[in-house]
Design a protein around this ligand. Structure first.
Ligand code: ADP
Ligand code: TRP
Length: 332
């Protein structure tokens, strides 16, 4: 017997990993180091479910063209970065509409208080962003994503930890009310990646307009890199790499040897920021060269086929879960 009463109620299933990403804009280098790279790795190392959370993105995007463009763009980005769509199930959330049915069923066992405590909802309300029901119910939809494929392991950043805890609470509620159907999901917190700085030195973020995007055209990318903010020290002066956001970006792309010799050149003086920027732009373009080529060569058909195959895999599991759920609650 387990000492943990919640664990005792869980349903025994093999580990199943699931990760969701919102198509909320064109991804930038911060997203790449903070999330995308890890998801690509996941798709290669396990039979993971990785999906584009376009239902979730509807809580912030109300323009159909924009939503479709970001969804398609993100699928391309992931495939270009090497996501293994054969091994994993890579799909659009909206291609598995069963998730919405489950979300409704889960709302009937979700206490209001559980959602009222969710920080992401509270934050938005405090910032004066008008709250609609979609924003409030967001964690229930996320619970449905997780539970419909009976996922046990959800790798997320610290900001999403609470949502996975809510999914676990909802699973317990459901199991207690209707019988043990769902294994209890656990969050696996991703190793914290130091925030990648944007061109203005703040954390790189879509909302600050300070991003560099792995797939933007070369001219625009170089222009942004040349505009990275630095202090105003002259070429001859010694500089401190540790406090320089240009160097913080540089060290993400440079091999250790080049990183160390660049740090030494900073400290010695005689190095201009313009030269560092030129080298950084080259390194970024080199880092993403293969992915950029692959992205340009991907046809609409290839993207669609990958997503359809992924949806088929996910839907097979989702339909089986929904059969159990419908029977358990008295809908069939
Ligand atoms: P944004 O701030 O641009 O809106 P999101 O909040 O959509 O980015 O983040 C999506 C994912 O990318 C999250 O997992 C987040 O932790 C990661 N991420 C976003 N910005 C950065 C950054 N500057 N450095 C590292 N990781 C980041
Ligand atoms: N809410 C997550 C985010 O904004 C995206 C997401 C939706 C998700 N459903 C999920 C993440 C299920 C993990 C599991 O990043």
């Amino acid at each position: 017997m387990s000492a943990n009463p919640a664990a005792a109620k869980s349903v025994e299933v093999p580990m199943r990993v699931l990760s969701g990403v919102q198509p909320s804009g064109r991804p930038h280098i911060g997203n790449y180091f903070g999330a995308m790279r890890q998801n690509v790795e996941l798709s290669r190392s396990s039979d993971a479910f990785i999906f584009i959370a376009n239902y979730h993105a509807m809580t912030s995007i109300r323009d159909r063209k924009v939503l479709a463009e970001y969804t398609d763009g993100l699928a391309r980005d992931y495939l270009a970065l090497g996501l293994d769509a054969e091994r994993s199930a890579f799909y659009r959330q909206s291609d598995v509409p069963e998730v919405c049915e489950l979300a409704w069923i889960l709302t009937t066992v979700t206490p209001m208080g559980l959602l009222e405590r969710c920080v992401s909802y509270k934050d938005k309300v405090e910032k004066g962003i008008p709250a609609d029901h979609g924003l409030f119910a967001y964690p229930v939809l996320m619970a449905a994503d997780i539970l419909i494929v009976k996922s046990t392991t959800v790798p997320v950043g610290a900001d999403q930890k609470q949502h996975v805890e809510v999914a676990r609470d909802i699973a317990i509620k459901f199991n207690n009310t209707h019988g043990n159907i769902f294994p209890l999901p656990n969050e696996r917190i991703l190793p914290e990646v130091a925030a990648v700085p944007g061109v203005d030195g703040q954390k790189m973020s879509k909302s600050y307009g300070n991003t560099i995007e792995p797939f933007e055209d070369e001219k625009s990318l170089r222009k942004k890199v040349m505009a990275i903010k630095t202090d105003s020290k002259g070429v001859a002066e010694a500089k401190d790499p540790e406090t320089c956001n240009l160097f913080a970006l540089f060290k993400l792309f440079a091999a250790p040897q080049e990183r160390d010799s660049m740090a030494a050149r900073y400290r010695a003086g005689g190095l201009g920021y313009g030269d560092v920027k030129k080298r950084l732009a080259d390194l970024i373009l080199e880092h993403f060269a293969d992915a950029r080529k692959r992205r340009a060569a991907l046809t609409a058909d290839e993207v669609e086929t990958a997503l359809r195959n992924g949806a088929e895999k996910a839907r097979k599991v989702a339909r089986a879960t929904m059969q159990e759920v419908r029977r358990a609650v008295g809908l069939s």
